[in-house]
Design a protein around this ligand. Structure first.
Ligand SMILES: C[S@@+](CC[C@H](N)C(=O)[O-])C[C@H]1O[C@@H](n2cnc3c(N)ncnc32)[C@H](O)[C@@H]1O
Length: 214
């Protein structure tokens, strides 16, 4: 996805939404407008590319705040039975059409994750890419089955190419993903910050794979 504004990248915690004076309907409309006319394709995010060898090939997965669902399609291609949820009905319609065309098992649903977080003990794999709502973290942990894996990627405060939200409050502090998900066992982590080669595309991101105890 192209460079994103701070509102574009943030999860919609109620606190943040009110601080930004943007209603849920406003967010939905903004995302709908952004996605209209775009076509999804299976395209894994960095956390899935870099840790592809850790992604299971069977089981149940969900892509939270999936947008057009490139990650969901890729997970389904890999063999997982995938749910994909996003606020934007436009994105969900596009994703449903793409999944049908590709004959991939992706059940896409327009869903406000804050009002309707994932059910407990439900998923073998959870993917969250470029969406941050800190209050959702405990519910994500609860939604993993024992042995389930979380693949999380979002923007950090340290930045080499200025992508993502400008307000540091809306980016991860150093090692913050490790704190947010300290109930899980970390299996893979990258957060190169200003040490990153700008050409790598990793300089603005934290990538984490973490496992729920069996
Ligand atoms: C930066 S996009 C990331 C999309 C996708 N994960 C990707 O990497 O391409 C953030 C997404 O969060 C979604 N979103 C925002 N608030 C949401 C909410 N309350 N519930 C579900 N999705 C939400 C937006 O519709 C948008 O698609």
């Amino acid at each position: 996805m192209e460079h994103l504004t701070e509102r574009d990248n943030l999860g919609p915690s109620r606190q943040m939404a009110s601080a930004m004076a943007e209603t849920l309907d406003g967010q939905r409309q903004r995302w709908d407008a952004r996605y209209r006319g775009l076509t999804p394709a299976p395209r894994p995010a960095a956390v899935l590319r870099h840790f592809a060898h850790l992604v299971p090939t069977t089981g149940s997965a969900v892509d939270l705040a999936c947008g057009l669902g490139g990650n969901a399609l890729w997970l389904a291609q890999r063999g997982l039975d995938v749910r994909a949820w996003d606020l934007s009905a436009v994105a969900i319609d596009q994703l449903r059409a793409a999944a049908a065309q590709l004959r991939l098992p992706v059940a896409a649903e327009a869903r406000d994750l804050i009002a309707h977080p994932p059910e407990s003990g439900r998923f073998d794999v959870i993917a969250v890419v470029r969406f941050l709502d800190r209050d959702l973290a405990p519910k994500i942990v609860a939604a993993l089955r024992p042995g389930g894996l979380l693949f999380y990627e979002t923007f950090t405060r340290e930045s080499v190419d200025g992508r993502g939200p400008r307000d540091p409050a809306f980016r991860l502090a150093p090692n913050e993903l490790l704190d947010l998900f300290r109930g899980l066992v970390v299996r893979g982590y990258r957060e190169e910050g200003r040490l990153a080669d700008p050409a790598s595309g990793l300089g603005d991101l934290a990538l984490m794979v973490a496992e729920k105890a069996r």
